[in-house]
Design a protein around this ligand. Structure first.
Ligand code: FAD
Ligand code: NAD
Length: 475
């Protein structure tokens, strides 16, 4: 008879592993099936996020920022350095250590929570059975029985025919984390989140970076005033962003010859490496048997309701494989919600307050609605802005670029959106999320004491600015 669990989670990324831990905390016997194999050949938990996504990219962003600071920013503080040397191998090795420590930590948490880690590819069979095929092809497939199944299989990069990956010169985001030296000229297809983050890493380390973006608008999901300020900063840093660029062909020789068309006709650039990062698609390959009638939506995502229930009773889906932003924390919260629901408790995710962060320098972070979304929906609003350059702390840090923008409903003053470009925007956005969760008005934020001198004073002043009473600017 098949071994049985209360819950089997397919996928051990931030959606799946968090769901599993919460299920175990709630007293359910739990197993996680995961097929990820790290580059050292070892199976690893943590999914895209820990192995080839959030964590390694942030490790390299941090290392490259240190290098850039030493070379370009310390002098302003009166610190002179000698010749600074870069060891890309050591930088990548540090990134790998950070990844291994964290993925090993998840394995420890599984042991502590008595979660069984089934290493291999999971396939949903009828009757909530899950077949697990060992990832390395060794041994035979085993079938397990579940009371509840949570699908958390995540996503993978989209490939484009015009620039097929060769794993050496043309790579996706996985490959962009593994360069062994700094490419002199780096091309990037797609000026989205990954393009900007990886472009920042390699540009800070010395690459001349050209981004080819198909759309005419920079970061359409971002409030456009914030996006324009960020674009100016990135271009000042040397990122060459070309809009309306349709890549027709990329040929690999000694270099990569990238052909594209824009409003001025046919264009060509020569680069040493090319990163393709044009979005991600859900992982649903070989996920369910033919006789399992799991409903997918028109984009190939597993179809779910607001509680992440699929069309099959007892089968849930969470994270990148379902609708909503492809963000680790969104998947994790869905995991907690589903675990709570299975245990018969109330569970919910507030999709209106999910924070977004782009870890460039300056960082971009936002929660809630943008001005363009509110205008399109005909919602009346007031907005207030405040530049970091007018705060004492940002000046003391030599971090003058950026601003906070707060948008509040014109009649109720309820905060509808907060948009930040500037230093530590990733941390500052938490205050906005708390405020919005508690249905705060801009007046509430304006009346809260913020420590001086801190970057959070820009948030305070932006809230004051909604009603034209910021102290350190002419309103
Ligand atoms: P995943 O993390 O993709 O995990 C799914 C797991 O399931 C994988 O291990 C996969 O191998 C496994 N799997 C798939 N199919 C099967 C199967 N049939 N059987 C068994 N196992 C299977 N998000 C942020 O919030 N912040 C960031 O800073 C950030 N940075 C990123 C940087 C990069 C370069 C990339 C690529 C992504 C980044 N993301 C970031 C996005 C984030 O990684 C994803 O949103 C997140 O990992 C999704 O979590 P998940 O658990 O749904 O899926
Ligand atoms: P993205 O959607 O952020 O950006 C892709 C960009 O490529 C878009 O601007 C799009 O217009 C452009 N594009 C699409 N097809 C193109 C083509 N043929 N030629 C030129 N440009 C083209 O996607 P991404 O950067 O690949 O990242 C995928 C997802 O991973 C993100 O949307 C996000 O959900 C997640 N992620 C999050 C973070 C973070 O939270 N900091 C970091 C990295 C990735």
């Amino acid at each position: 008879m098949a071994k049985a669990f209360d819950v089997i989670v397919i996928g051990g990324g931030p959606a799946g592993y968090v769901a599993a831990i919460r299920c175990s905390q709630l007293g359910m016997t739990t197993a996680v099936v995961d097929d990820f194999v790290y580059k050292d050949g070892e199976p690893a938990l943590g999914g895209t996020c820990l192995n080839v996504g959030c964590i390694p990219s942030k490790a390299l962003l941090d290392s490259s920022e240190q290098y850039h600071k030493v070379n370009h920013e310390l002098e302003a503080h009166g610190i002179k350095t000698g010749k600074v040397q870069l060891d890309v191998g050591a930088m990548i090795a540090r990134k790998d250590r950070v990844v291994k420590d964290l993925t090993g930590g998840i394995a420890q948490l599984f042991k502590a929570n008595k979660i069984e880690w089934l290493k291999g590819h999971g396939k949903l069979l009828s009757g909530k059975q899950v077949e697990v095929t060992p990832a390395d092809g060794s041994g035979k497939a085993e079938v397990y029985q579940a009371e509840h199944v949570i699908i958390a299989t995540g996503s993978k990069p989209i490939d484009i025919d015009a620039a097929p990956l060769d794993g050496e010169r043309i790579v996706n985001s996985d490959g962009a984390l593994e360069f062994t030296d700094v490419p002199k000229r780096l091309g990037i297809i797609g000026a989205g989140v990954i393009g900007l983050e990886m472009g920042s890493v390699w540009s800070r380390l010395g690459s001349k970076v050209t981004l080819l973006e198909a759309q005419d608008t920079f970061l359409p999901p971002v409030d456009q005033r914030v996006a324009k300020m960020a674009q100016k900063e990135f271009e000042r840093q040397g990122l060459d962003i070309r809009f309306g660029a349709r890549v027709t062909n990329a040929k690999v020789g000694k270099t990569v010859s990238v052909h594209y068309e824009d409003k001025d006709g046919k264009q060509n650039i020569q680069v040493d490496k090319l990163i393709v990062c044009v979005g991600r698609r859900p992982n649903t390959g070989n996920l369910f048997a033919e006789d399992v009638d799991l409903l997918l939506d028109e984009r190939g995502l597993v179809n779910v309701d607001e509680h992440c229930r699929t069309n099959l009773p007892g089968v849930y889906a969470i994270g990148d494989v379902v609708r909503g932003p492809m963000l680790a924390h969104k998947g994790s919260e869905e995991g907690v919600m589903v675990a709570e629901l299975i245990a018969g408790r109330p569970g919910h995710v507030n999709y209106d307050t999910i924070p977004w962060v782009i870890y460039t320098h300056p960082e971009i972070a936002w929660a809630g609605k943008t001005e363009q979304q509110l205008k399109a929906a005909g919602v009346p609003f007031n907005s207030g802005t405040f530049n970091f350059g007018a705060t004492g702390r940002a000046r003391a840090m030599e971090e003058k670029a950026g601003m906070v923008k707060i948008i509040a409903h014109k009649e109720t003053d309820r905060i509808l959106g907060v948009h930040i470009v500037g230093p530590q925007a990733s941390e500052l956005i938490a205050e906005a999320v708390v405020a919005m969760e508690f249905h705060a008005s801009s007046e509430d934020l304006a009346r809260i004491i913020h420590a001086h001198p801190t970057l959070s004073e820009a948030m305070h002043e932006a809230a004051l600015s909604v009603s034209k009473r910021a102290i350190h600017k002419a309103n």
